[in-house]
Design a protein around this ligand. Structure first.
Ligand code: BES
Ligand code: MN
Ligand code: MN
Length: 465
């Protein structure tokens, strides 16, 4: 497979150009205005799968955005890899903070990416990383190097909670039958430190509404005498964490997996520079749960964050008003073995109990998903390890990530196969932020590494028989 490097080098410009075209379509799943663009993106993905050598590529309608399925079956007796990815992207807001328009990709050099990076919404999360798999397949089919069967399931609702994917999987279990699920939708520690994601956090996403008086009031005539829902909400939110930054929802930590000192020691071996971390974010200090390191706080510990808070007057100038309502979107990142539905219930009960009699509260659950952890003493992990080792010249480091791909836990349950998370993004690639980008080096390295996973996985799987 030595020639993959040459193939990538020879086709580099075309690989970039094709991704740029895909990035021009604003496939924002959260906003119904873009429904047509999601379909257009799904069609482009479908076509790219056919061009790359799939025998079959289909668009499957769902109650939400469509799922693209593709496959190349070379021999039913050989193992099958199922690639999962998503073609939808986060909203680009706040648009004014982008240095170039989010759906007009440009290539610029950065300190970390001197070889250039593609700046566009979805460049790294996940169009760029998903497309690495399409190009890796192209190499394998065009050069007669595909050692096993491959299937693709590329969805359009990951960024809004994959609400219809469970339904799709249930209906298509046969079609999706596989021996391993391969995903590139996470990150790596650094360009010279390859890593495999072995843990993802779960998520429970809530919205709260606090209602005071039945209409907005003059804050002079009523202020001080009637509860202000924004003041009340702020106090309620503040009480959700104690002085050690532990979450105060009763029962919240009941099922949190505690790691042994030995395990924590092992995790702490991953390279991490706290000073550089603070500097990059322009913060004087970090913050978090007492007794845990920054890396631990952002991976193996659960959290609670307000994602948005609104109410009252936020326009230009000043308006004196005691608002009738206040709202917040609150998410909790969960770890194994917390159950997201249980946590949503505990949160609801606790939040309702916090409300003083002067206001009414309404709590709703948006979406959620279970956390995911995978052992490293498996054939699947070994295959991924060997793939990185061959390309990078060193073993990858297993690492828990703080992010969530809620559907991963469900995959294992429904499809009974292990998942390998081969991410090539960097933490500094600004996913979900303005100026998201994906390094060209990372993009090409991903395309180069993926065929080796196929090779090693097939080899190990065959030897097992
Ligand atoms: N690709 C990310 C998740 C991710 C990024 C995991 C980097 C690990 C490292 C995914 O698209 C994402 O953003 N997931 C959401 C959850 C979803 C329900 C909106 C998240 O983590 O906020
Ligand atoms: Mn993603
Ligand atoms: Mn995302």
């Amino acid at each position: 497979m030595q020639d993959i490097k040459k193939y990538v080098e020879a086709n580099k410009q075309r690989f970039i150009d094709e991704l740029v075209e895909l990035l021009k379509i604003p496939s924002i799943s959260a906003d119904s205005k873009y429904k047509k663009d999601l379909l257009k993106t799904a069609e482009a993905v479908k076509q790219s799968l056919l061009d790359a050598g799939c025998d079959v590529a289909e668009i499957h309608e769902t109650p939400g955005h469509p799922v693209v399925f593709g496959e190349k079956i070379i021999d039913k007796n050989l193992p099958t890899v199922l690639v999962y990815g998503h073609y939808d992207v986060q909203p680009p807001d706040p648009v004014e903070l982008w240095e170039s328009p989010p759906f007009e990709p440009v290539i610029k050099n950065t300190e970390i990416h001197p070889e250039g990076a593609i700046f566009a919404r979805g460049a790294c999360d996940d169009k760029g990383q998903m497309y690495m798999h399409v190009k890796a397949l192209e190499y394998m089919t065009k050069n007669d190097k595909l050692p096993c069967n491959v299937k693709f399931m590329i969805e359009g609702e990951e960024e809004v909670g994959s609400e219809n994917l469970g339904w799709f999987i249930e209906k298509n279990r046969e079609k999706l039958q596989n021996d391993v699920i391969l995903i590139s939708d996470t990150g790596m520690i650094a360009k010279d430190v390859p890593s495999i994601t072995t843990g993802l956090r779960g998520l429970s996403y809530m919205e709260v509404e606090v209602t005071g008086p039945n209409r907005d009031l003059h804050s002079g005539l009523y202020g001080g005498a009637v509860a202000n829902p924004i003041n009340v909400l702020s106090k309620m939110i503040a009480s959700l964490q104690d002085e050690n930054n532990r979450i105060t929802v009763p029962g919240f930590y009941d099922n949190v997996k505690e790691y042994s000192e030995a395990e924590r020691g092992k995790m702490a071996e991953a390279p991490f520079d706290l000073e550089a971390y603070k500097k990059k974010l322009n913060i004087e200090d970090v913050h978090g749960e007492e007794g845990f390191s920054t890396l631990e706080r952002a991976s193996i510990r659960p959290t609670l964050d307000v994602n948005g808070i609104w109410g009252g007057y936020t326009g230009e100038g000043a308006k004196t008003v005691l608002p009738s309502k206040a709202y917040a979107k609150i998410s909790m990142r969960l770890v194994s073995d917390q159950d997201w539905k249980n946590i949503s219930q505990l949160f609801t009960k606790h939040f309702e109990s916090l409300a003083p009699k002067s206001v009414k509260v309404k709590v709703t659950t948006h979406h959620g998903g279970q956390a995911y952890v995978t052992p490293i003493d498996t054939l699947e992990y070994q295959a991924a390890n060997d793939a990185y080792a061959e390309v990078f010249g060193k073993d990858p480091i297993p690492q828990h990530s703080g992010g969530s791909i809620p559907i991963v836990a469900l995959f294992e349950k429904e499809l009974k196969s292990k998942t390998i998370l081969m991410g090539f993004g960097l933490d500094t690639d600004a996913i979900h932020s303005p100026n998201e980008h994906f390094g060209i080096w990372n993009y090409l390295k991903g395309i180069e590494t993926i065929p080796y996973f196929y090779k090693h996985f097939t080899k190990l799987k065959q030897a097992e028989k």
